[in-house]
Design a protein around this ligand. Structure first.
Ligand SMILES: NC(=O)c1ccc[n+]([C@@H]2O[C@H](COP(=O)([O-])OP(=O)(O)OC[C@H]3O[C@@H](n4cnc5c(N)ncnc54)[C@H](O)[C@@H]3O)[C@@H](O)[C@H]2O)c1
Ligand SMILES: O=C(O)C[C@H](O)C(=O)O
Length: 490
């Protein structure tokens, strides 16, 4: 648990600073209060006046002369948590005993465990689940390797593999520090698709070593989810693994994002009554997410896409470009248009931001066409302020959970892998990604669609089901994309 750090300056009240409380800055403060019945009310008032939100007050101990109380409340950030604690400490006859950060408490010991699916209560159980009975199953698999998916965890297990080089918006923080994200991803796989995923954080950023390591561990997995590996290394790693392995390899930061963006864009264009084939799209950020988004949009029928990155609008005649960006430029900008992001946005219908925080002011959107669609998705701070973007666009979506239209990969990857595993897919093909995006878009019915609801909630059970069914169907329809069916070894 981290200590909550102090800030010597006196900040303006949280509401005046535009702060919004969030469960991710949730604290539990243990307080000793006197026996005055009004104390609990004073405690709640103190939290509220400091801008915090009380979510629970639990009496831990009651004595004739006082109470020990746990107050749980949400704050807006770490500094604000400290203001809330200070406000509680200032209440007459109330003393702060301990402050716990609930997000850190939730991570104690990690977020995952392995559970046995078979009973191990008797010697008979042991004889079947382990030696000697297990040996017969091993020999059967040696004879019929195609049955490994059916008789082991392989058929329902995904490796979540990272090198810790591009973790969330945090950058290259290394394999150990990446583990909470990888564990979280595995927890989401289980929660939304009942897939047993395992975090694998590699202590190398060498492409050859990563490829070889994943190749070596692949026999025990039904799929590989590459996660938070920096571009352009991620492109080569994925391509080489796809070449070598007979299980699907899917870099979620690329393809999961692309599926969600295409789904959201399909619905946004329904709202503004424009078609993908006709709109001018501008993508900021030609990295992992941007490259995959562009590929899927082109696959889906988009004809006018420009990509902007550090070098300006990516153009095939720009000698500074890396091979990956050059390829992107060739596929999007044959006319060699040059300029900066505001130039690209003049006359554009759609802006998709997957670059970095605040790369343009909202005013730069003014040059876009009527009924513009703007998706600034850089996390945690979007490429352009999504609230101010509403002045210039009819539909706005971002990665933020505190605004409408949150685009998050969890809408896609659980269903994608559920479908791939159920189809016994050996590989991922573009048709499967397209099918996933169209199915995700279709979850929002005509009677639900509006500018603030272009993408469904991840808690809608129809989401994973629809994506999984579409991917499974698409995989089965693709010649050679699935493994042969099993024999009846039992
Ligand atoms: N669902 C989502 O909300 C979602 C999904 C994926 C990525 N993202 C966000 O999108 C962003 C990019 O992710 P990625 O995985 O593609 O990262 P990446 O590092 O592979 O790519 C980022 C690209 O943006 C460019 N870039 C960065 N800062 C720039 C600047 N100031 N000006 C111009 N170009 C700049 C980089 O050169 C790079 O090509 C991140 O903020 C990430 O959190 C959001
Ligand atoms: O995995 C996610 O949902 C987060 C996203 O990919 C991001 O990089 O911000």
């Amino acid at each position: 648990m981290t200590a909550i750090t102090s800030d010597a300056s006196t900040p303006a009240p949280p509401a005046a600073r535009g702060l919004v409380t969030s469960a991710s800055y949730s604290i539990t403060v243990r307080l000793a209060a006197d026996g005055d019945p009004a104390s609990v009310g004073r405690i709640a008032t103190a939290v509220g006046s400091a801008g915090g939100a009380v979510t629970a007050i639990d009496v831990v101990e009651s004595r004739p002369d006082g109470l020990i109380v746990d107050v749980t409340c949400s704050a807006a950030d770490a500094a604000h948590s400290e203001e809330v604690v200070a406000a509680l400490d200032a209440v007459d006859n109330v003393h702060v005993r301990k402050v716990s950060d609930r997000t850190f408490l939730l991570h104690l010991g990690g977020k995952l465990e392995v559970a046995s699916k078979v009973p191990l209560k008797t010697r008979d159980d042991l004889s079947m689940a382990y030696t000697p009975g297990v040996a017969r199953v091993c020999l059967a698999l040696a004879e019929h390797p195609e049955d490994v998916r059916r008789l082991t965890i392989k058929g329902n297990t995904v490796a979540v593999v990272t090198d810790g080089s591009a973790v969330l918006g945090l950058g290259d923080i290394g394999p150990g520090a990446s583990m909470p994200v990888m564990e979280g991803k595995a927890a989401l796989f289980k929660r939304f698709a009942d897939i047993d995923a395992w975090p694998i954080a590699l202590d190398t950023q060498d492409v050859d070593e990563i490829v070889r390591t994943v190749e070596l561990i692949a026999p025990g997995f039904g799929g590989i989810n590459l996660e938070d590996i920096a571009a352009p290394r991620c492109f080569e790693i994925e391509a080489r693994l796809r070449e070598k392995l007979d299980i699907p390899v899917f870099h979620d930061d690329q393809h999961g994002t692309a599926i969600c963006v295409l789904a959201a864009l399909r619905n946004a264009l329904r709202v503004v009554d424009k078609s993908l084939e006709d709109v001018q799209v501008v993508v900021a950020g030609g990295g992992a997410a941007g490259t995959a988004i562009v590929s899927l949009l082109l696959e889906a029928g988009a004809t006018k896409v420009l990509v902007w990155d550090r070098e300006g609008i990516l153009s095939p005649d720009d000698e500074r470009l890396s091979p990956a960006k050059l390829d992107l430029a060739r596929r999007t900008n044959p006319g060699c248009r040059r300029g900066e992001l505001p130039d690209a946005l003049v006359g554009a219908d759609v802006f998709i931001g997957v670059s970095a925080a605040n790369v343009i002011p909202a005013e730069a959107l003014a040059g876009m066409n009527e009924r513009a669609v703007v998706f600034p998705m850089a996390n945690p701070t979007p490429d352009v302020d999504p609230v101010r973007a509403r002045q210039y666009a009819d539909v706005v979506a971002s990665g933020r959970s505190d605004l409408p239209n949150q685009i998050n990969n969890v809408l896609a990857f659980p269903g994608v892998f559920r479908g791939l595993l159920d189809a016994r897919a050996k590989e991922v093909r573009p048709g499967m990604l397209l099918a996933a995006a169209e199915a995700l878009a279709a979850v929002v019915g005509d009677d639900q669609l509006n500018a603030n609801y272009i993408i469904p909630s991840v808690f809608d059970p129809a989401v994973t089901q629809a994506v999984a069914a579409a991917v499974e169907h698409s995989a089965r329809a693709e010649p050679g994309a699935t493994a042969p069916t099993t024999t009846d070894a039992d």
